[in-house]
Design a protein. Structure first.
Length: 117
């Protein structure tokens, strides 16, 4: 009997506005960029922050999420903090940026810049 593997769900859910923003970023990406990468470096009041940067090479343990406008890589060391999260792009009269709904976060600092797990 043959074993059929079912597709693995994405570790991170992207809204349409987040996908559109990735497409905009990739349209003006520096030469050599193969996508953008989400990571959670240690910084801020609560310990971890969200960071999105251009990436020139994929690391072996990075999660790869294909979007219509380009590839989003999720840092292999950050993936456990982000599983099940939703990534959205929000713009208003005063600010614009990626916003995360993260079920793994146990707390955030007052400015929303960093989180704890």
């Amino acid at each position: 009997m043959a074993t059929t593997l079912r597709p693995r769900p994405a570790a991170l859910i992207l809204t349409e506005t987040a996908e559109a923003r990735i497409a905009e970023l990739m349209a003006k990406a520096p030469e050599g960029a193969i996508g953008v990468k989400l990571s959670t470096p240690r910084r801020g009041c609560s310990g971890l922050a969200y960071s999105v940067d251009y990436v020139n090479e994929a690391k072996p343990f990075d999660e790869r999420i294909e979007t219509p406008g380009g590839t989003l890589f999720v840092d292999g060391g950050s993936i456990l903090y982000l599983i099940g999260s939703t990534m959205n792009w929000v713009e208003d009269d005063f600010a614009a940026g990626f916003v995360f709904q993260n079920p793994n976060a146990k707390g955030e600092c007052g400015c929303g810049e960093s989180f704890t797990v």
